[in-house]
Design a protein around this ligand. Sequence first.
Ligand SMILES: Cc1cc2nc3c(=O)[nH]c(=O)nc-3n(C[C@H](O)[C@H](O)[C@H](O)COP(=O)(O)OP(=O)(O)OC[C@H]3O[C@@H](n4cnc5c(N)ncnc54)[C@H](O)[C@@H]3O)c2cc1C
Length: 381
Amino acid sequence: MRSATVIGAGIGGLAAAVGLHRTGWRVAVVEQAAEISAIGAGITLWPNALRALEALGFGARVRELGKPQESAGVRTSSGRWLGRLDGALIERKLGRPMLGVRRAQLHQLLLAALPADSLHTGVRVTAVGRDGSVPGLDLPPADLVIGADGINSQVRAQYWPGAPIPRYTGFAAWRGICERREHTDIAVSWGRGAEFGVVPLVDGQLYWYTAMSAPEDARNPDEHAFLQERLGSWHSPIPQLIDATPPESLLRNDIRYLGGPLESYVDGNVALLGDAAHAMTPHLGQGGCQALEDAVVLAASCARYEDLTDALAHYDAERRPRTQQIARASYLAGRFGPFLANPVAVALRDTAARLAPSGAAIKTFMWVSSWTPSLVEGLRA
Ligand SMILES: Cc1cc2nc3c(=O)[nH]c(=O)nc-3n(C[C@H](O)[C@H](O)[C@H](O)COP(=O)(O)OP(=O)(O)OC[C@H]3O[C@@H](n4cnc5c(N)ncnc54)[C@H](O)[C@@H]3O)c2cc1C
């Protein structure tokens, strides 16, 4: 039986472990957190991510957990619509909807598909051998090592010592979940150097996120009061959503991205995936979706090719160009979208977005969303 050690139990690591487990691999997943739980409130799953989850056998279940989005649009901070995409049209063209999902439920779904004894929590990996060994843990030897340990990947630091390091964008993000009091579609509102996005979830809940410029690693004494003040003049229902969010549930993170593309996602029998390989800014809502794509392609390649070198070469060739292109597009979407702060540039941005009904945005959306996994017949074996 072939075996893999996966470092990191985020969306990417869990999905890769599930894909390998389903094709007969023995997997060991090592996670630093004492309990495997999702951080990040909610997540938007685009049709490409839905296809990845379908390939892993979760299609029906994830549709139950997710709220299909009726439309997606961009507004100004005063509420004026700059552009809108019709959700039904997206679903007709792409065969799948965009879904808003609670991260905790997505995590639980993936976790439940793994044998309980494959998970090793509360172990912060400082080094991993090519045989999958981790100091302090008694793991069986592994053929494959997967670094799925996020943007500050230890596996990347160990095997890619010259790799670019994470960079701070100059912006921090806050996220929360609250009750949805009125009908809302997925939408993002752009201000001057700030944005606020809403994503309806099932069961009358709503996930929201906001990003604005802030010094690196800074914290406000009361983040909830800070947001109430900073966004109090934005259009309805933004102030009401913040009011309705329990202050203790607010999350704040600095937005970072990998400061340059890696030359390979593979080193011998070690492969990187997800944020460890290509941490990107969140402006296209694709970091997690790409981690799911990576996981499916990696597992399908391992099922298809007897020789691990061939499998990993296929994985690298298929994943690197696409993810790096999306990471670049996401960075530019932030710089020339919500993060513009100069009033003239903001006025030009808003006019352009209103007059040219998101031609480039639709093209990017369709390109990213129409991805279909290859070699998946191996995953069904
Ligand atoms: C504000 C914001 C909004 C976002 N919205 C979306 C969205 O709508 N859609 C989307 O697709 N993406 C979104 N993303 C991006 C998405 O959250 C990430 O890309 C995704 O979570 C990456 O998954 P991952 O499994 O690669 O890494 P992670 O989720 O970072 O998981 C890595 C895991 O490895 C563990 N780990 C780390 N180091 C070690 C170690 N040394 N030893 C053991 N374990 C370790 C961590 O504890 C963690 O569990 C957003 C990001 C932000 C900041």
